[in-house]
Design a protein around this ligand. Structure first.
Ligand code: GDG
Length: 499
């Protein structure tokens, strides 16, 4: 990583959110997987971050100075791309979160393929490209993140950029069966091929991408060199690699053992009572399987009466995409189900679900991770899921159990978790029971193994491998070129992550 002269990160959101308040602007830290992952990388390597600070042209000025001040205190520069309210609606709520997000997570029936959204997506990606062209250094590494900005590389190429461009997709890549429903399936793949390196979370995602290339752009040549796939088109070579994202293990581990976190744990324990805690932490999203999780917990309470008045499910839901009507509807549905389950099982001194719709600071986050006997991570589909890894990193006494969906990217690389199918509420109910009744020896054995894997493959390992691949591209086609064809990638892949 030391070889990089200047690193520029580009993502839809900056790691801060600007909020207008009486008398000025408040700068709050942002939450989410991409921010948790990239902040320590930039803080360690230096460089700068280009993104949207969550405000619109219509919100007026006055935010530049507070943002610059924050840049100085967090150790890297930030440059803002400011959008109009109409752009935010069409690009963010529209194309990004009503087309790509559901489609790439396998929920094609939730997509709204409005052509207008695609036009605005292009316009906003152009705005990002303009901002990069005017503020990023000519030398150095440009690393674009995630599904909001797939077209940025292509727009930069249109502006004459010849520097290396890299892209990492934090969410899954869908099976060809799902992907090919996209009206802009050709354009999106062509845009991806404008980068020099495309990184994906799991080999399933990579295999899916190859299937899609094979079907939609059959003229490209695809071959394998070591653990990389190379795509050749228009006399260019594009590397495609698998880079499972990690967490900042040492930081979480240290923080979890700190006196501040111990103090928060004592307070939380007083507030929660003497019950075993099952923990869920998720952004508000239908992909996270929240409704299915609550129903599985209800199922567990029905089947295993010894859970009554001994165990609680503590669910933290981070507000997300509140401008998208579907997310507001999901929030109402969650409120209703929690109310129903609590109404049904509560006793005067015990309530089965503690549900917070809010964010907490890093100390409370670690205190919750440490306090919980088990983390219940049950997404229906997830690129990776950092909550699963952070939970283990905070288990300094190695006594927690991880219940993990086989449809999370994390399941492909974590041995020691109780793997479940999140749609099978009976199986999840049994896993919950197994987790709370597991003896200490087995807990420790499983957690020790999980922590070893997460410590070795932390977020710096991830970034180093990615940057290394970007700086040392494979330029030589091997003698015996091994073509990837449909025979080697047989069958669409919406299957669970392989172990
Ligand atoms: C995307 C992909 C992939 C949550 N609540 C608070 C808080 N968080 C932080 C957690 C964690 C992050 O948010 C959530 O990360 P996930 O990975 O679980 O999910 P997404 O946001 O959907 O992330 C995902 C990820 O990108 C990285 O590639 O793993 O699959 O969907 O880091 O700690 N942080 C604080 N307060 C909270 O209340 N401080």
């Amino acid at each position: 990583m030391k070889e990089v002269e200047e690193l520029t990160i580009v993502s839809n959101r900056l790691p801060v959110v600007m909020l207008r308040q009486a008398g000025g602007w408040q700068v709050k830290p942002g939450a989410g997987g991409l921010i948790q992952a990239m902040s320590p990388i930039l803080a360690r390597m230096g460089g700068h971050w280009i993104g949207w600070p969550g405000l619109c042209v219509e919100d007026g000025n006055g935010w530049v100075t507070p943002l610059k001040n924050v840049s100085q205190s967090i150790g890297f520069d930030m440059d803002s791309v400011i959008l109009t309210r109409a752009e935010v609606d069409g690009f963010y709520a529209g194309f990004a979160n009503s087309v790509i997000w559901p489609l790439f997570h396998g929920f094609a029936d939730r997509c709204n393929f409005d052509p207008h959204y695609y036009d605005i997506y292009q316009t906003v990606n152009e705005k990002f490209a303009d901002s990069i062209a005017s503020s990023a250094p000519d030398e150095g590494l440009l690393w674009v993140h995630d599904y909001h900005l797939i077209h940025v590389g292509h727009k930069l190429r249109e502006r004459g950029c010849t520097s290396p461009l890299c892209f990492f997709l934090h969410i899954p890549f869908p099976s060809a069966e799902n992907y090919t429903k996209l009206p802009w399936r050709k354009e999106i793949l062509q845009a991806l091929l404008a980068y020099d390196l495309v990184g994906l979370q799991t080999s399933r995602d990579r295999d899916n991408l190859v299937q899609c290339l094979d079907r939609v752009l059959p003229d490209v040549l695809i071959y394998e060199v070591g653990d990389m796939l190379i795509v050749e088109t228009d006399n260019r070579q594009i590397q495609i690699g698998v880079f499972p994202i990690g967490t900042d293990f040492r930081d979480f581990n240290q923080l979890a053992a700190s006196p501040e976190v111990l103090e928060r744990m004592i307070t939380l324990r007083e507030q929660i009572g003497p019950y075993q805690v099952l923990l869920g932490i998720d952004r508000l999203d239908y992909t996270k399987g929240l409704i299915e999780r609550f129903i599985a917990f209800e199922n567990a309470l029905e089947q295993f009466p010894d859970l009554l008045e001994t165990v609680i499910l503590f669910q933290l839901v981070i507000p997300s995409r509140e401008s998208v009507p579907e997310y507001r509807a999901l929030k109402r549905e969650l409120d209703r189900i929690v109310g129903r389950i609590n109404g049904r099982f509560s006793t005067p001194g015990w309530q089965p679900i503690r549900y917070l719709y809010n964010t907490v600071d890093q100390y409370d986050l670690c205190a919750l991770y440490r306090l919980a006997s088990a983390a219940i991570v049950t997404p229906l589909r997830d690129g990776m899921n950092l909550v699963a890894k952070e939970y283990c990193a905070c288990q300094v006494d190695e006594s927690g159990v991880l219940v993990l969906s086989e449809f999370a990217g994390a399941a492909a690389s974590l041995e020691g978790a109780l793997r479940i199918n999140p749609y099978d509420v009976d199986e999840v109910a049994h896993a919950i029971y197994q987790a709370v009744t597991m003896d200490l020896d087995e807990r420790k054995q499983r957690m020790r193994s999980l922590r070893r894997q997460i410590r070795t493959r932390d977020v710096f390992w991830w970034a180093e491998r990615f940057v290394d691949a970007a700086l040392h591209p494979i330029t030589q086609r091997p003698q015996n070129t091994y073509l990837r064809t449909l025979q080697t990638y047989n069958g669409d892949s919406d299957r669970p992550a392989a172990q």
